[in-house]
Design a protein around this ligand. Structure first.
Ligand code: ADP
Length: 320
């Protein structure tokens, strides 16, 4: 394979730049030309592409977001859009494509690979909700950001003996809520995977800790579970404890990637290009028990991930 391309797609995540850098450096190390595609599949259809040099991706390993920018593209979900993207690949001689994104981007890669371009998916999403990998690029940075933010909120929560309801990202997946909730010692962690009972799991848990002298509380709520503002109002109403809601929002998607995300992204970006170099079929990359693995895209997409029930139980046990 002489020419490959790399793009970032879907929701951005810290560490995507480190993956792009690894793809470019590995490609050039292996005598390939590496094209950078801007704005995800949109740029692939429109030919928004330039060749990346060793130095053009310098000084990005520490930066959040993605220098290739990201986009969502309705047109690419149509065959006509993908055929336009194929024309671009032919024009630039692109034989292999590294797609850094979430499972939506993987579905796009699966469809596109059927047109004859080998695609390798690299998991980049803060949600950690991709079945074929233990960790996704960006997750570690996101949970560290949540932890830092909650630690700051907690100082004032403690000084005023308040309750803080913190809304974190996670419409369908509670990985951020669970890990960050454990890290901040939340009294209650409410995530989409588990039904909760307001009286028992929020008020009851607060009440139990009040009896033993606790005077400030942090409740973590994943966005998919409900409205943090309303929950704060309800808590105040029922307990008489002053309660504030904080919605962390997009702060969770930004910032300089952690060591863990930079290393994971570098390993995965490197492996993606090595697979292309070795003539492997289209696939998605993951990490299992710290080892880098790959699966055919369809197989990877079919894999289900379930939240660690034991970890959830543990969080409850140690938050009394
Ligand atoms: P993420 O990759 O973060 O899950 P999206 O779900 O928005 O983000 O997917 C990113 C892009 O991948 C979409 O905008 C679309 O262009 C492409 N895509 C998603 N699903 C498909 C599909 N079934 N067929 C073709 N392209 C798809």
């Amino acid at each position: 394979m002489k020419t490959i391309a790399v793009l970032t797609s879907g929701g951005d995540a810290p560490g995507m730049n480190a993956a792009v850098r690894a793809v470019v450096r590995t490609g050039i190390y292996n005598d390939m030309r590496v094209m950078g595609v801007y704005n995800g599949y949109e740029g692939l259809m429109n030919g928004d592409i330039e060749e990346l040099s060793l130095r053009s991706i310098g000084n990005i390993i520490q930066r959040g977001g993605t220098v290739l920018r990201s986009a969502r593209s309705a047109e690419f979900t149509q065959e006509s859009g993908r055929l336009r993207a194929l024309e671009t690949c032919k024009k630039f001689g692109i034989e292999g494509l590294v797609v850094i994104g979430g499972d939506g981007s993987y579905r796009g890669a699966l469809e596109f690979s059927r047109l004859g371009v080998t695609c390798v998916g690299v998991p980049g999403t803060i949600d950690n909700d991709i079945g074929c990998t233990d960790y996704t690029i960006g997750f570690d940075t996101a949970i560290n950001t949540v932890m830092e933010m909650v630690d700051k909120v907690r100082d004032t929560t403690e000084s005023h003996s308040r309750c803080s309801v913190i809304e974190v990202m996670g419409r369908d997946a509670g990985y951020i809520g669970l890990e960050a909730g454990i890290a901040v010692g939340a009294t209650s962690i409410l995530i989409p995977e588990f039904e909760y009972d307001f009286d028992k799991d929020v008020l009851g848990r607060m009440q139990n800790t009040i009896v033993t002298g606790k005077r400030h509380f942090v409740i973590i709520v994943a966005e998919g579970v409900g409205d943090a503002m309303e929950m704060a109002k309800k808590i105040e109403q029922f307990t008489g404890i002053e309660t504030r809601a904080t919605i962390l929002g997009y702060v969770q998607r930004g910032g300089s990637p952690t060591v863990r995300d930079r290393v994971l992204a570098s390993r995965m970006g490197n492996e993606a290009v090595r697979l292309l170099r070795d003539g492997e079929e289209s696939c998605v990359i993951g990490v299992r028990n710290e080892e880098i693995v790959h699966y055919p895209i369809e197989e990877g997409l079919a894999m289900k991930k379930t939240i660690d029930v034991e970890q959830y139980r543990m969080a409850y046990e140690i938050s009394i």
